[in-house]
Design a protein around this ligand. Sequence first.
Ligand SMILES: Cc1cc2nc3c(=O)[nH]c(=O)nc-3n(C[C@H](O)[C@H](O)[C@H](O)COP(=O)(O)OP(=O)(O)OC[C@H]3O[C@@H](n4cnc5c(N)ncnc54)[C@H](O)[C@@H]3O)c2cc1C
Ligand code: SF4
Length: 492
Amino acid sequence: MVRISVDLNRCEGYGQCVFAAPSAFTLHGLEALTYLPNPPDEMRDAVHRAALACPVQAITVGVQDEPAGTTSRADRHVVVVGASLAGLKTAEALRERGFSGPLTVIGDEPHRPYDRPPLTKACVSEKLPPDRLELPVTRTLDARFLLGTAAVGLDTDRRLVRLADGAAVGYDTVVIATGTRARPYPGTTPDGVLAVRTRDDAEDLQRRLARQPRRVVVVGAGFLGGELASGLCDLGIPVTLVEAQQAPLQGPLGTTVGGVMADLARSAGVDLRLSTTVDEFVAGDDGALRQVRLSDGETVDADLAVVALGAVRNVEWLEGSAARVDRNGVHCDDRCRVLDLEGCPLPDVYAAGDVAGLPHPLFPGRRLSVEHWGNAVTQARTVAHDITRPSGEVPSPHTELPSFWSTQFGVNIKGVGFPGAADRIAVVQGTPGQGSFSVLYGLAERTVGAVTVDNGRYLHHYTALVREGAPFPPEFVTSDENTSPVVRPTGR
Ligand SMILES: Cc1cc2nc3c(=O)[nH]c(=O)nc-3n(C[C@H](O)[C@H](O)[C@H](O)COP(=O)(O)OP(=O)(O)OC[C@H]3O[C@@H](n4cnc5c(N)ncnc54)[C@H](O)[C@@H]3O)c2cc1C
Ligand code: SF4
Protein backbone atom coordinates (compact mmCIF):
# COMPACT_ATOMS: atom_id res chain seq x y z
CA MET A 1 0.00 0.00 0.00
CA VAL A 2 1.39 3.43 -0.95
CA ARG A 3 1.40 6.09 1.77
CA ILE A 4 2.63 9.60 1.24
CA SER A 5 2.80 12.81 3.17
CA VAL A 6 3.97 16.23 2.06
CA ASP A 7 5.72 18.68 4.35
CA LEU A 8 3.67 21.69 3.30
CA ASN A 9 6.04 24.00 5.17
CA ARG A 10 8.65 23.08 2.57
CA CYS A 11 6.44 22.84 -0.51
CA GLU A 12 6.87 25.91 -2.67
CA GLY A 13 4.08 25.05 -5.05
CA TYR A 14 6.11 24.63 -8.22
CA GLY A 15 3.92 21.70 -9.20
CA GLN A 16 6.53 19.16 -10.34
CA CYS A 17 4.62 16.52 -8.39
CA VAL A 18 1.40 17.45 -10.18
CA PHE A 19 3.19 16.97 -13.49
CA ALA A 20 4.61 13.57 -12.45
CA ALA A 21 1.50 12.18 -10.74
CA PRO A 22 -1.54 14.31 -11.61
CA SER A 23 -3.99 11.86 -10.06
CA ALA A 24 -2.27 12.06 -6.68
CA PHE A 25 -1.37 15.76 -6.40
CA THR A 26 -3.49 18.85 -7.14
CA LEU A 27 -2.58 22.52 -6.97
CA HIS A 28 -5.45 24.82 -6.04
CA GLY A 29 -4.97 28.45 -6.95
CA LEU A 30 -1.40 29.70 -6.97
CA GLU A 31 0.19 27.63 -4.24
CA ALA A 32 -2.18 25.41 -2.26
CA LEU A 33 -1.30 21.75 -2.76
CA THR A 34 -3.53 18.83 -1.79
CA TYR A 35 -2.67 15.19 -2.31
CA LEU A 36 -4.04 11.70 -1.88
CA PRO A 37 -2.27 10.45 1.27
CA ASN A 38 -3.06 6.87 0.32
CA PRO A 39 -3.13 6.64 -3.49
CA PRO A 40 -3.98 3.37 -5.28
CA ASP A 41 -1.12 0.90 -5.81
CA GLU A 42 -1.01 1.50 -9.56
CA MET A 43 0.16 5.05 -8.83
CA ARG A 44 3.23 3.81 -6.94
CA ASP A 45 5.75 4.52 -9.74
CA ALA A 46 4.29 7.92 -10.54
CA VAL A 47 4.35 8.88 -6.86
CA HIS A 48 8.01 7.85 -6.58
CA ARG A 49 8.78 9.95 -9.67
CA ALA A 50 6.96 12.86 -8.06
CA ALA A 51 8.98 12.53 -4.86
CA LEU A 52 12.22 12.50 -6.85
CA ALA A 53 11.14 15.46 -8.93
CA CYS A 54 10.21 17.66 -5.95
CA PRO A 55 12.93 20.34 -5.86
CA VAL A 56 12.65 20.82 -2.10
CA GLN A 57 12.18 17.14 -1.18
CA ALA A 58 8.89 17.81 0.56
CA ILE A 59 7.32 14.44 -0.31
CA THR A 60 7.73 11.38 1.92
CA VAL A 61 6.80 8.00 0.48
CA GLY A 62 6.28 5.33 3.12
CA VAL A 63 7.77 1.85 3.42
CA GLN A 64 6.14 -1.24 4.87
CA ASP A 65 6.58 -1.27 8.66
CA GLU A 66 7.61 -4.58 10.24
CA PRO A 67 6.13 -5.89 13.48
CA ALA A 68 8.26 -5.47 16.61
CA GLY A 69 10.74 -8.12 17.59
CA THR A 70 13.20 -8.40 14.72
CA THR A 71 16.15 -6.35 15.94
CA SER A 72 18.75 -6.95 18.60
CA ARG A 73 18.01 -5.69 22.08
CA ALA A 74 21.33 -4.09 22.89
CA ASP A 75 20.00 -0.67 23.90
CA ARG A 76 17.69 0.66 26.52
CA HIS A 77 13.91 0.58 26.29
CA VAL A 78 12.41 3.83 24.98
CA VAL A 79 8.71 4.40 25.67
CA VAL A 80 6.92 7.14 23.73
CA VAL A 81 3.58 8.29 25.17
CA GLY A 82 1.37 9.73 22.41
CA ALA A 83 0.99 7.94 19.07
CA SER A 84 0.64 10.88 16.73
CA LEU A 85 3.03 13.04 14.72
CA ALA A 86 5.63 13.83 17.41
CA GLY A 87 5.52 10.26 18.76
CA LEU A 88 5.93 8.65 15.34
CA LYS A 89 8.66 11.07 14.25
CA THR A 90 10.57 10.43 17.49
CA ALA A 91 10.44 6.67 16.87
CA GLU A 92 11.50 7.17 13.25
CA ALA A 93 14.36 9.51 14.16
CA LEU A 94 15.61 7.11 16.84
CA ARG A 95 15.85 4.31 14.27
CA GLU A 96 17.44 6.70 11.75
CA ARG A 97 20.13 7.44 14.30
CA GLY A 98 20.82 3.75 14.78
CA PHE A 99 18.90 3.11 18.00
CA SER A 100 18.26 -0.65 17.96
CA GLY A 101 16.69 -1.25 21.36
CA PRO A 102 13.08 -1.93 22.22
CA LEU A 103 10.66 0.83 21.38
CA THR A 104 7.10 1.10 22.67
CA VAL A 105 4.57 3.70 21.51
CA ILE A 106 1.49 4.20 23.69
CA GLY A 107 -1.56 6.00 22.28
CA ASP A 108 -5.05 6.50 23.64
CA GLU A 109 -6.60 6.65 20.17
CA PRO A 110 -7.28 3.28 18.55
CA HIS A 111 -5.54 4.30 15.30
CA ARG A 112 -1.95 4.19 14.05
CA PRO A 113 -0.46 7.72 13.82
CA TYR A 114 -2.28 9.81 11.23
CA ASP A 115 -1.96 13.33 9.85
CA ARG A 116 -4.28 15.97 11.34
CA PRO A 117 -3.99 18.97 8.95
CA PRO A 118 -6.25 17.43 6.27
CA LEU A 119 -9.04 16.87 8.85
CA THR A 120 -10.20 20.48 8.44
CA LYS A 121 -9.10 20.82 4.81
CA ALA A 122 -9.37 17.95 2.28
CA CYS A 123 -11.61 15.86 4.58
CA VAL A 124 -14.18 18.67 4.31
CA SER A 125 -13.66 20.31 0.93
CA GLU A 126 -12.78 17.12 -0.98
CA LYS A 127 -14.60 14.63 1.29
CA LEU A 128 -11.30 12.74 1.71
CA PRO A 129 -12.03 9.75 3.99
CA PRO A 130 -10.19 10.33 7.32
CA ASP A 131 -9.12 6.67 7.42
CA ARG A 132 -6.77 7.45 4.51
CA LEU A 133 -4.53 9.69 6.62
CA GLU A 134 -2.19 7.19 8.26
CA LEU A 135 1.27 8.77 8.35
CA PRO A 136 3.84 6.97 6.22
CA VAL A 137 6.92 5.57 7.92
CA THR A 138 10.20 6.06 6.13
CA ARG A 139 11.93 3.08 7.69
CA THR A 140 11.08 -0.06 9.62
CA LEU A 141 10.19 1.08 13.10
CA ASP A 142 10.24 -2.30 14.79
CA ALA A 143 8.11 -0.76 17.53
CA ARG A 144 5.40 -2.16 19.76
CA PHE A 145 2.28 -0.01 19.48
CA LEU A 146 -0.07 -0.07 22.48
CA LEU A 147 -3.10 1.65 20.97
CA GLY A 148 -6.43 2.52 22.56
CA THR A 149 -4.56 2.69 25.87
CA ALA A 150 -4.26 5.92 27.83
CA ALA A 151 -1.30 6.63 30.08
CA VAL A 152 -2.58 7.83 33.45
CA GLY A 153 0.62 8.36 35.41
CA LEU A 154 4.38 8.71 35.24
CA ASP A 155 6.54 7.35 38.05
CA THR A 156 10.03 8.66 37.43
CA ASP A 157 11.49 6.96 40.55
CA ARG A 158 10.50 3.49 39.38
CA ARG A 159 10.64 4.42 35.70
CA LEU A 160 7.09 3.31 34.97
CA VAL A 161 4.31 4.62 32.76
CA ARG A 162 1.00 3.66 34.34
CA LEU A 163 -1.87 2.78 32.02
CA ALA A 164 -5.63 3.22 32.39
CA ASP A 165 -6.18 -0.56 32.44
CA GLY A 166 -4.04 -0.88 35.58
CA ALA A 167 -0.95 -2.18 33.78
CA ALA A 168 2.42 -0.41 33.85
CA VAL A 169 5.19 -0.23 31.25
CA GLY A 170 8.78 0.06 32.43
CA TYR A 171 11.14 2.38 30.61
CA ASP A 172 14.74 3.47 30.52
CA THR A 173 13.86 6.62 28.60
CA VAL A 174 10.38 8.10 28.22
CA VAL A 175 9.21 10.66 25.67
CA ILE A 176 6.05 12.65 26.39
CA ALA A 177 4.22 13.41 23.14
CA THR A 178 0.60 13.67 24.26
CA GLY A 179 -0.17 16.82 22.29
CA THR A 180 -3.39 18.75 22.67
CA ARG A 181 -7.14 18.26 22.49
CA ALA A 182 -9.89 20.61 21.33
CA ARG A 183 -10.78 23.33 23.82
CA PRO A 184 -14.39 22.57 24.75
CA TYR A 185 -17.16 25.16 24.45
CA PRO A 186 -17.61 26.66 27.93
CA GLY A 187 -21.29 25.81 28.36
CA THR A 188 -23.83 23.13 27.63
CA THR A 189 -24.14 21.92 24.05
CA PRO A 190 -26.87 19.80 22.43
CA ASP A 191 -26.31 17.05 19.88
CA GLY A 192 -24.98 18.59 16.67
CA VAL A 193 -22.25 20.71 18.27
CA LEU A 194 -18.85 19.19 17.51
CA ALA A 195 -15.14 19.84 17.51
CA VAL A 196 -12.69 18.54 14.90
CA ARG A 197 -9.40 17.38 16.29
CA THR A 198 -9.30 13.64 15.66
CA ARG A 199 -9.96 11.20 12.85
CA ASP A 200 -13.15 10.05 14.64
CA ASP A 201 -14.33 13.69 14.90
CA ALA A 202 -13.78 14.18 11.17
CA GLU A 203 -15.70 10.99 10.37
CA ASP A 204 -18.57 12.21 12.54
CA LEU A 205 -18.52 15.57 10.74
CA GLN A 206 -18.57 13.87 7.33
CA ARG A 207 -21.56 11.71 8.35
CA ARG A 208 -23.47 14.79 9.50
CA LEU A 209 -22.56 16.79 6.40
CA ALA A 210 -23.87 13.94 4.25
CA ARG A 211 -27.30 14.66 5.76
CA GLN A 212 -27.26 18.10 4.06
CA PRO A 213 -27.50 20.49 7.02
CA ARG A 214 -29.46 23.69 6.37
CA ARG A 215 -26.59 25.77 7.75
CA VAL A 216 -23.43 25.15 9.75
CA VAL A 217 -22.21 27.60 12.37
CA VAL A 218 -18.45 27.58 12.90
CA VAL A 219 -17.41 29.14 16.20
CA GLY A 220 -13.94 30.66 16.13
CA ALA A 221 -12.20 32.08 13.05
CA GLY A 222 -8.69 30.90 13.84
CA PHE A 223 -6.79 28.62 11.46
CA LEU A 224 -9.08 25.62 11.94
CA GLY A 225 -12.32 27.59 11.94
CA GLY A 226 -11.35 29.41 8.73
CA GLU A 227 -10.37 26.15 7.04
CA LEU A 228 -13.65 24.53 8.04
CA ALA A 229 -15.72 27.49 6.81
CA SER A 230 -13.76 27.48 3.55
CA GLY A 231 -14.33 23.74 3.02
CA LEU A 232 -18.05 24.09 3.76
CA CYS A 233 -18.28 26.84 1.13
CA ASP A 234 -16.59 24.50 -1.36
CA LEU A 235 -19.36 21.99 -0.64
CA GLY A 236 -22.01 24.64 -1.17
CA ILE A 237 -23.23 24.43 2.43
CA PRO A 238 -24.37 27.76 3.96
CA VAL A 239 -22.01 28.73 6.77
CA THR A 240 -21.97 31.34 9.51
CA LEU A 241 -18.53 32.01 11.01
CA VAL A 242 -18.62 33.58 14.47
CA GLU A 243 -15.52 35.30 15.85
CA ALA A 244 -15.14 37.21 19.11
CA GLN A 245 -12.36 39.45 17.79
CA GLN A 246 -12.46 42.11 15.08
CA ALA A 247 -10.91 39.92 12.38
CA PRO A 248 -10.28 36.26 11.60
CA LEU A 249 -6.82 35.07 12.67
CA GLN A 250 -6.38 38.27 14.68
CA GLY A 251 -4.64 36.56 17.62
CA PRO A 252 -1.96 34.71 15.64
CA LEU A 253 -1.54 37.07 12.65
CA GLY A 254 -3.10 40.48 13.46
CA THR A 255 -5.71 42.53 11.66
CA THR A 256 -3.87 43.18 8.37
CA VAL A 257 -3.81 39.54 7.31
CA GLY A 258 -7.05 38.97 9.25
CA GLY A 259 -8.78 41.74 7.29
CA VAL A 260 -7.81 40.10 4.01
CA MET A 261 -9.14 36.77 5.23
CA ALA A 262 -12.40 38.44 6.28
CA ASP A 263 -12.85 39.83 2.75
CA LEU A 264 -12.04 36.47 1.20
CA ALA A 265 -14.49 34.68 3.51
CA ARG A 266 -17.27 37.12 2.70
CA SER A 267 -16.56 36.87 -1.03
CA ALA A 268 -16.85 33.10 -0.75
CA GLY A 269 -20.32 33.55 0.71
CA VAL A 270 -19.58 33.14 4.42
CA ASP A 271 -21.95 34.94 6.80
CA LEU A 272 -19.09 36.35 8.92
CA ARG A 273 -19.99 37.70 12.37
CA LEU A 274 -17.05 39.57 13.89
CA SER A 275 -16.86 40.90 17.46
CA THR A 276 -19.60 38.38 18.19
CA THR A 277 -19.86 35.36 20.48
CA VAL A 278 -22.35 32.54 20.96
CA ASP A 279 -24.84 33.15 23.77
CA GLU A 280 -26.62 29.82 23.49
CA PHE A 281 -26.96 26.68 21.42
CA VAL A 282 -30.71 26.08 21.30
CA ALA A 283 -32.00 22.49 20.98
CA GLY A 284 -35.25 21.40 19.38
CA ASP A 285 -37.72 18.95 20.96
CA ASP A 286 -35.58 16.06 19.74
CA GLY A 287 -32.60 17.39 21.72
CA ALA A 288 -30.65 18.26 18.57
CA LEU A 289 -29.28 21.69 17.67
CA ARG A 290 -31.88 23.93 16.02
CA GLN A 291 -30.63 27.49 16.46
CA VAL A 292 -27.59 29.44 17.62
CA ARG A 293 -28.26 32.61 19.60
CA LEU A 294 -25.53 35.22 19.09
CA SER A 295 -24.34 38.12 21.24
CA ASP A 296 -25.29 40.58 18.48
CA GLY A 297 -28.93 39.80 19.29
CA GLU A 298 -29.54 37.66 16.23
CA THR A 299 -30.50 34.01 16.09
CA VAL A 300 -29.23 31.78 13.31
CA ASP A 301 -31.12 28.64 12.24
CA ALA A 302 -28.58 25.81 12.05
CA ASP A 303 -28.57 22.08 12.62
CA LEU A 304 -24.81 21.70 12.93
CA ALA A 305 -22.12 23.74 14.69
CA VAL A 306 -18.38 23.19 14.87
CA VAL A 307 -16.53 24.75 17.77
CA ALA A 308 -12.93 25.72 16.95
CA LEU A 309 -11.75 27.59 20.01
CA GLY A 310 -8.15 26.42 20.13
CA ALA A 311 -6.52 23.61 22.03
CA VAL A 312 -5.78 22.43 25.56
CA ARG A 313 -2.56 20.56 26.34
CA ASN A 314 -2.85 16.94 27.46
CA VAL A 315 -0.88 17.14 30.70
CA GLU A 316 -3.41 15.96 33.29
CA TRP A 317 -1.97 12.44 33.25
CA LEU A 318 1.30 13.92 34.58
CA GLU A 319 -0.26 15.48 37.68
CA GLY A 320 1.45 14.18 40.79
CA SER A 321 4.55 13.19 38.81
CA ALA A 322 7.97 14.81 39.16
CA ALA A 323 7.49 16.67 35.86
CA ARG A 324 6.73 20.38 35.92
CA VAL A 325 3.57 21.09 33.93
CA ASP A 326 1.06 23.90 33.60
CA ARG A 327 -1.54 24.93 31.05
CA ASN A 328 1.26 25.90 28.66
CA GLY A 329 2.50 22.34 28.64
CA VAL A 330 5.43 20.36 29.94
CA HIS A 331 8.38 22.54 30.98
CA CYS A 332 11.50 21.56 29.07
CA ASP A 333 15.02 22.85 28.61
CA ASP A 334 16.39 23.67 25.16
CA ARG A 335 17.18 19.98 24.53
CA CYS A 336 13.55 18.93 25.12
CA ARG A 337 14.53 17.43 28.49
CA VAL A 338 11.63 17.64 30.92
CA LEU A 339 12.23 19.73 34.03
CA ASP A 340 11.29 18.82 37.57
CA LEU A 341 9.57 21.13 40.04
CA GLU A 342 12.92 22.82 40.86
CA GLY A 343 13.64 23.41 37.19
CA CYS A 344 16.29 20.69 36.83
CA PRO A 345 16.20 18.14 33.98
CA LEU A 346 14.70 14.82 35.01
CA PRO A 347 16.99 11.96 33.95
CA ASP A 348 15.84 10.33 30.69
CA VAL A 349 12.51 12.15 30.42
CA TYR A 350 11.84 14.15 27.24
CA ALA A 351 8.88 15.90 25.61
CA ALA A 352 8.15 16.84 21.99
CA GLY A 353 5.40 18.42 19.91
CA ASP A 354 2.35 20.44 20.91
CA VAL A 355 2.61 19.42 24.58
CA ALA A 356 6.19 20.68 25.08
CA GLY A 357 7.15 24.18 26.26
CA LEU A 358 10.73 25.19 25.45
CA PRO A 359 12.87 28.29 25.67
CA HIS A 360 13.83 29.87 22.35
CA PRO A 361 16.87 32.05 21.63
CA LEU A 362 14.62 34.74 20.09
CA PHE A 363 12.77 35.19 23.39
CA PRO A 364 15.21 34.71 26.26
CA GLY A 365 13.53 33.99 29.58
CA ARG A 366 10.27 32.76 28.05
CA ARG A 367 8.96 29.26 27.52
CA LEU A 368 7.11 28.79 24.24
CA SER A 369 4.67 26.07 23.27
CA VAL A 370 4.08 25.75 19.56
CA GLU A 371 1.13 23.97 17.95
CA HIS A 372 2.43 23.46 14.45
CA TRP A 373 3.17 20.35 12.41
CA GLY A 374 6.79 21.28 11.63
CA ASN A 375 7.58 21.90 15.28
CA ALA A 376 6.51 18.35 16.22
CA VAL A 377 8.86 16.99 13.56
CA THR A 378 11.90 19.07 14.50
CA GLN A 379 11.50 18.56 18.26
CA ALA A 380 11.21 14.80 17.67
CA ARG A 381 14.61 14.98 15.95
CA THR A 382 16.09 16.95 18.85
CA VAL A 383 14.84 14.32 21.31
CA ALA A 384 16.17 11.40 19.25
CA HIS A 385 19.52 13.14 18.87
CA ASP A 386 19.83 13.67 22.61
CA ILE A 387 18.82 10.11 23.46
CA THR A 388 21.28 8.54 21.01
CA ARG A 389 24.09 11.09 21.34
CA PRO A 390 27.40 9.40 22.23
CA SER A 391 28.70 10.73 25.56
CA GLY A 392 31.50 12.72 23.92
CA GLU A 393 29.24 14.47 21.39
CA VAL A 394 28.20 18.04 22.06
CA PRO A 395 24.46 18.37 22.85
CA SER A 396 22.39 20.05 20.19
CA PRO A 397 19.77 22.49 21.49
CA HIS A 398 16.47 22.98 19.71
CA THR A 399 16.70 26.38 18.04
CA GLU A 400 14.42 25.77 15.03
CA LEU A 401 12.02 28.54 14.20
CA PRO A 402 8.39 27.48 14.20
CA SER A 403 6.83 27.48 10.75
CA PHE A 404 3.27 26.81 9.68
CA TRP A 405 0.85 26.84 6.79
CA SER A 406 -2.87 27.05 6.27
CA THR A 407 -5.01 26.83 3.18
CA GLN A 408 -8.37 28.57 3.12
CA PHE A 409 -10.59 30.45 0.69
CA GLY A 410 -8.27 29.59 -2.19
CA VAL A 411 -5.10 31.10 -0.71
CA ASN A 412 -2.05 29.59 0.91
CA ILE A 413 -0.84 31.23 4.11
CA LYS A 414 2.67 30.40 5.25
CA GLY A 415 4.47 31.76 8.24
CA VAL A 416 7.62 31.54 10.28
CA GLY A 417 8.70 32.72 13.71
CA PHE A 418 6.38 34.26 16.27
CA PRO A 419 3.94 36.65 14.55
CA GLY A 420 1.59 36.33 17.53
CA ALA A 421 4.17 38.03 19.78
CA ALA A 422 4.66 41.10 17.58
CA ASP A 423 3.23 44.58 18.05
CA ARG A 424 3.91 45.98 14.56
CA ILE A 425 3.86 44.67 11.04
CA ALA A 426 5.39 45.88 7.80
CA VAL A 427 3.99 45.04 4.39
CA VAL A 428 7.15 44.20 2.44
CA GLN A 429 5.82 42.74 -0.80
CA GLY A 430 2.60 43.30 -2.66
CA THR A 431 -0.57 44.86 -1.31
CA PRO A 432 -2.84 43.04 1.13
CA GLY A 433 -6.05 42.08 -0.61
CA GLN A 434 -4.57 42.33 -4.10
CA GLY A 435 -3.05 38.94 -4.89
CA SER A 436 0.17 37.73 -3.31
CA PHE A 437 1.77 39.66 -0.46
CA SER A 438 4.26 39.28 2.39
CA VAL A 439 4.43 40.90 5.81
CA LEU A 440 7.10 40.99 8.48
CA TYR A 441 6.31 41.18 12.19
CA GLY A 442 8.33 43.26 14.64
CA LEU A 443 8.75 43.55 18.37
CA ALA A 444 11.12 45.94 20.13
CA GLU A 445 12.94 46.92 16.89
CA ARG A 446 13.51 43.26 15.92
CA THR A 447 11.93 41.09 13.25
CA VAL A 448 10.23 38.17 15.01
CA GLY A 449 7.98 36.69 12.33
CA ALA A 450 7.01 36.65 8.67
CA VAL A 451 3.87 35.63 6.82
CA THR A 452 3.31 35.18 3.11
CA VAL A 453 -0.06 34.90 1.40
CA ASP A 454 0.26 33.03 -1.91
CA ASN A 455 3.91 34.08 -1.84
CA GLY A 456 5.53 31.11 -0.09
CA ARG A 457 8.56 30.91 -2.32
CA TYR A 458 9.90 34.10 -0.72
CA LEU A 459 9.60 32.77 2.81
CA HIS A 460 13.21 31.48 2.86
CA HIS A 461 14.46 35.04 2.57
CA TYR A 462 12.27 36.27 5.42
CA THR A 463 13.11 33.23 7.55
CA ALA A 464 16.75 34.31 7.53
CA LEU A 465 15.74 37.78 8.76
CA VAL A 466 13.67 36.32 11.58
CA ARG A 467 16.43 33.90 12.53
CA GLU A 468 18.97 36.69 12.88
CA GLY A 469 16.47 39.04 14.61
CA ALA A 470 17.05 41.61 11.84
CA PRO A 471 16.20 45.27 12.57
CA PHE A 472 12.53 46.18 12.33
CA PRO A 473 11.20 48.01 10.33
CA PRO A 474 13.23 46.24 7.62
CA GLU A 475 15.90 48.22 5.80
CA PHE A 476 15.98 46.22 2.57
CA VAL A 477 14.36 47.18 -0.68
CA THR A 478 12.15 44.41 -2.03
CA SER A 479 12.23 43.13 -5.57
CA ASP A 480 8.79 44.43 -6.48
CA GLU A 481 7.47 47.98 -6.56
CA ASN A 482 6.77 48.23 -2.87
CA THR A 483 10.10 49.84 -1.99
CA SER A 484 9.00 51.58 1.19
CA PRO A 485 7.44 49.07 3.56
CA VAL A 486 4.18 50.20 5.16
CA VAL A 487 4.51 49.81 8.94
CA ARG A 488 1.41 49.63 11.15
CA PRO A 489 0.32 48.15 14.48
CA THR A 490 -0.46 44.43 14.29
CA GLY A 491 -3.85 45.17 15.79
CA ARG A 492 -4.89 42.81 18.54
C1 LIG B 1 -7.58 19.78 12.44
C2 LIG B 1 -6.13 20.22 12.53
C3 LIG B 1 -5.53 20.88 11.46
C4 LIG B 1 -4.20 21.30 11.55
N1 LIG B 1 -3.63 21.95 10.49
C5 LIG B 1 -2.34 22.35 10.56
C6 LIG B 1 -1.72 23.05 9.48
O1 LIG B 1 -2.35 23.29 8.45
N2 LIG B 1 -0.43 23.42 9.61
C7 LIG B 1 0.29 23.17 10.75
O2 LIG B 1 1.48 23.56 10.82
N3 LIG B 1 -0.25 22.50 11.79
C8 LIG B 1 -1.55 22.10 11.72
N4 LIG B 1 -2.13 21.43 12.78
C9 LIG B 1 -1.32 21.18 13.98
C10 LIG B 1 -0.57 19.84 13.91
O3 LIG B 1 -1.40 18.81 13.43
C11 LIG B 1 -0.05 19.53 15.30
O4 LIG B 1 0.93 20.48 15.59
C12 LIG B 1 0.50 18.12 15.42
O5 LIG B 1 -0.52 17.16 15.26
C13 LIG B 1 1.14 17.94 16.79
O6 LIG B 1 1.53 16.63 16.94
P1 LIG B 1 1.72 15.98 18.38
O7 LIG B 1 2.10 14.57 18.13
O8 LIG B 1 2.58 16.84 19.22
O9 LIG B 1 0.29 16.07 19.09
P2 LIG B 1 -1.10 15.47 18.69
O10 LIG B 1 -1.23 15.39 17.22
O11 LIG B 1 -2.11 16.24 19.47
O12 LIG B 1 -1.07 13.97 19.24
C14 LIG B 1 -1.02 13.63 20.58
C15 LIG B 1 -1.51 12.19 20.69
O13 LIG B 1 -1.36 11.75 22.03
C16 LIG B 1 -2.56 11.14 22.45
N5 LIG B 1 -2.67 11.21 23.92
C17 LIG B 1 -3.06 12.29 24.65
N6 LIG B 1 -3.04 11.97 25.96
C18 LIG B 1 -2.63 10.68 26.05
C19 LIG B 1 -2.40 9.80 27.13
N7 LIG B 1 -2.58 10.17 28.40
N8 LIG B 1 -2.00 8.53 26.86
C20 LIG B 1 -1.80 8.13 25.58
N9 LIG B 1 -2.00 8.93 24.51
C21 LIG B 1 -2.40 10.19 24.74
C22 LIG B 1 -3.63 11.95 21.72
O14 LIG B 1 -4.87 11.29 21.69
C23 LIG B 1 -2.98 12.07 20.36
O15 LIG B 1 -3.20 10.93 19.58
C24 LIG B 1 -3.46 21.03 12.73
C25 LIG B 1 -4.09 20.38 13.81
C26 LIG B 1 -5.40 19.97 13.72
C27 LIG B 1 -6.06 19.29 14.88
S1 SF4 C 1 7.46 21.87 -4.05
FE1 SF4 C 1 7.38 19.65 -4.18
S2 SF4 C 1 5.48 19.11 -3.16
FE2 SF4 C 1 5.36 21.27 -3.59
S3 SF4 C 1 4.29 21.42 -5.56
FE3 SF4 C 1 6.49 21.41 -6.01
S4 SF4 C 1 6.98 19.24 -6.34
FE4 SF4 C 1 4.98 19.31 -5.33
